[in-house]
Design a protein around this ligand. Sequence first.
Ligand code: TXA
Ligand code: MG
Length: 336
Amino acid sequence: MLTVQAAAQRIAEGELVAFPTETVYGLGADALRDEAVAKIFAAKGRPADHPLIVHIADAASAEHFASAIPDFARQLMAAFWPGPLTVIVPRKSGVAAASAGGQDSIGLRCPAHPMARELLAECAKLGVQGISAPSANKFGKVSPTTAAHVTEEFDGSIPVLDGGACEVGIESTIVDCTRGAPVLLRPGTLTRAQLEAAMGRELLLNDEHSAQIPPQLTAQNALNSEPAPRASGTLQSHYAPRASLRLMNAKALQTALDLLGAEAKNIAVYARAALSSPSSHLIMRRMPDDALATAQQLFAVLREFDAKGVKLIWVEAVPQDAAWAGVRDRLQRAAS
Ligand code: TXA
Ligand code: MG
């Protein structure tokens, strides 16, 4: 089995290692070596202009990568690091360019998983200041939450540190801190209220039609050559299982099951409501009533359905309240 020391050695040599974080497994390389980072893009099949998150040991390490850190970003870091939060800040020029996918900003996150922290500490001893890591899945697919998922995703070609099942289960909350005001790019398990309480100010939502969002304060934008960067996690269709996924309320779901009757097959259902079907071929999984518990198992459940070869996944739409924002976002993208 791969040890943390051996994994750190590989990263210091410019190779890839997959490792656990509290959110999902990451596919890591030395953030400051562009040729190592290029291997991540190649393995994932990810377009080179989709920026990666740099994982760091602590808030102090952010200074290696950031050219400026606004106060509200520091407040977020102080409140939620180590933990499932990524801040996008202006990038020091000439640093981690490949990782940033050409943006003049950089995503930074200090993970809480003990094995990720150990890996970062061992890497630091070898002179590695940060680990660039996207989720360890092929581009557009469901993020892995166990070491076995990663092995399956890359057919065993990438060494994996096994840290068990991820506790959070969906990717970190991302806040863009490059626009003079905080903008939520990707919801996770931290609620808007928690983020706003830590900053003592409003968090803007990344709504394309919102006139509220200030433009990026970057040289690139000043020249008006490129649109503001898009997180790939904000692409309409992402986090998708192989089967096609549909969201329905409990009543519509039951009606659909009634219509199919005993004929229902190659269908998996994931719902909080107790539904019934006369079909013995139907795969039913009960969704927890709690948003955090659902986030923890969501991707594993979708992978399990795919492994059973179903063609359709029917999911009960989740409650509208803030606690469910991260799960709702992933399900909507999986359904697109
Ligand atoms: O929980 C997580 O964030 C996991 C674990 C491994 O840390 N990582 C993760 O990485 O989800 P990835 O690459 O799958 O998603 C990171 C998102 C992408 O959508 C990317 O476009 C966005 O962060 N991002 C990273 N740097 C950015 C930047 N400078 N500007 C805008 N978006 C950025
Ligand atoms: Mg991803």
